[in-house]
Design a protein around this ligand. Structure first.
Ligand SMILES: NC(=O)c1ccc[n+]([C@@H]2O[C@H](COP(=O)([O-])OP(=O)(O)OC[C@H]3O[C@@H](n4cnc5c(N)ncnc54)[C@H](OP(=O)(O)O)[C@@H]3O)[C@@H](O)[C@H]2O)c1
Length: 382
């Protein structure tokens, strides 16, 4: 029960990479009570997991007292809550940041729909039951990854993703359906904002990043086999701190921005061959070979978890590598977003450079997901 809370913020995905940092940022930027949807076997266990996540990120105790765990599961109708609690939650929140999703690049759309589409529909129901509740929906630029196949080599914030632009990848297709469900609700009058991050890279200061997202899996595979694909691919990307800063600022300005879509990425795409160069400057011995040969080498190593994982994600991987002209990301314009963020005082995303990648490699080696970068180990103090 939520009992007598004033209208506040709800975040989903608080235990995740982006949602935890966004929740921390909203706690720091506002004095609002922040309800956090969290799942688990028991209410107590879920609350502990959420508090541990925020505490590990350094969220001060006085901010954590404003956090209210909401025990629920996006994959279950009505979050699995008694209807009275759902209504009370709807009455209590003024703004929803819907961040949670299942990010599998392997699963087909129907395996992901219950959470990614059904969960978004539930958030829409929650928002629509409220009184002027604003929904911020975190989508992905991956929904537009195959836009060239729809005859759109360049996309901006007005682009509407379709089955074709989502490229037949289960995850991006489920996010496309979810995003278009939010767009339909906007047409019915729901105040909502759509945020489309590109690939979310590690934290600028610490390099903390996801340990097995699509790019990190490619990096880990290249380090393991000493080979990288020689490829023309690119992907829109930004650090997690830029994405968090942007959503927080856009959220604070939301009455003026409802109905908008934003592209949260550096205006220059991340080139995959640059990532491989950063690996070499960190001391990883990797040679580049044609992409078709690289794919073949992966097939010859089914015992390697990394090779297996990259092959399992191949439908999505080929858009990062740009395996052929049809599978090359479109040019993504972030101009409109950059203009709005500049007005809000948010600096542009710094280009993801060598320093950032070296920090990400160090983070991955500290957490046991990558060998220590040889050059960086050689210069480490002590
Ligand atoms: N990472 C990227 O590069 C990237 C790029 C573009 C867009 N995005 C979008 O950004 C958002 C956040 O991604 P992320 O990288 O932070 O992902 P993540 O680290 O995998 O976090 C996913 C979050 O969703 C929660 N969740 C999953 N299923 C749930 C369910 N049934 N009920 C309640 N919560 C559930 C997870 O909770 P548990 O801890 O309980 O599993 C976790 O908190 C997603 O919407 C994603 O589509 C991510």
């Amino acid at each position: 029960m939520l009992m007598g809370q004033t209208r506040s913020i709800l975040t989903t995905g608080v235990t995740g990479f982006l949602g935890a940092r966004l929740t921390a940022s909203l706690l720091a930027a506002t004095s609002a009570t922040v309800f956090c949807l969290v799942r688990g076997r028991s209410t107590e266990g879920a609350a502990k997991r959420m508090q541990a996540r925020l505490s590990a990120l350094g969220v001060p105790a006085e901010h954590r007292t404003r956090v209210v765990p909401v025990f629920g599961d996006l994959g279950v109708p009505g979050l699995g809550m008694p209807p009275a609690d759902f209504d009370e939650l709807a009455d209590s929140v003024r703004t929803i940041y819907h961040c949670a999703a299942r990010l599998s690049m392997v699963s087909e759309t129907d395996r992901l729909s219950a959470i990614n589409v059904g969960g978004t529909e539930t958030m829409l129901r929650l928002a629509e039951r409220g009184d002027g509740t604003v929904l911020h929906f975190v989508s992905t630029l991956g929904t537009l990854g195959a836009s060239r196949q729809a005859g759109q080599p360049r996309v901006d914030e007005s682009a509407v993703p379709t089955e074709v632009t989502a490229g037949g990848v289960g995850y991006t297709t489920s996010k496309m359906v979810a995003e278009n469900t939010v767009r339909a609700a906007m047409r019915r009058g729901l105040p909502a904002v759509i945020h489309r991050p590109g690939l979310i890279l590690g934290e600028t200061a610490t390099g903390a990043c996801l340990d097995s997202d699509i790019l990190v899996r490619i990096i880990r595979t290249c380090a393991e086999i000493g080979l990288a694909p020689r490829c023309p691919g690119w992907v829109p990307a930004a650090t997690v701190d830029h994405v968090v800063r942007s959503i927080t600022a856009l959220g604070a300005a939301d009455p003026a921005l409802v109905g908008s879509t934003f592209h949260l990425a550096d205006s220059r795409p991340l080139l995959l061959h640059q990532v491989f160069r950063h690996m070499r400057t960190a001391g990883y011995m990797i040679s580049e070979i044609p992409t078709t040969e690289w794919e073949q080498v992966l097939r010859e190593h089914p015992e390697s978890t990394n090779c297996f994982a990259v092959l399992a994600m191949w439908k999505a991987v080929r858009y990062l590598l740009g395996t052929d002209p049809d599978h090359l990301f479109p040019q993504v314009s972030c101009d409109r977003t950059a203009g709005v963020l500049a007005q809000l005082g948010v600096p542009p995303s710094p280009p993801p450079d060598e320093t950032l990648f070296h920090r990400m490699f160090e983070h991955l080696s500290r957490t046991g997901h990558l060998d220590t970068p040889p050059v960086l180990a050689a210069v480490a103090p002590g």
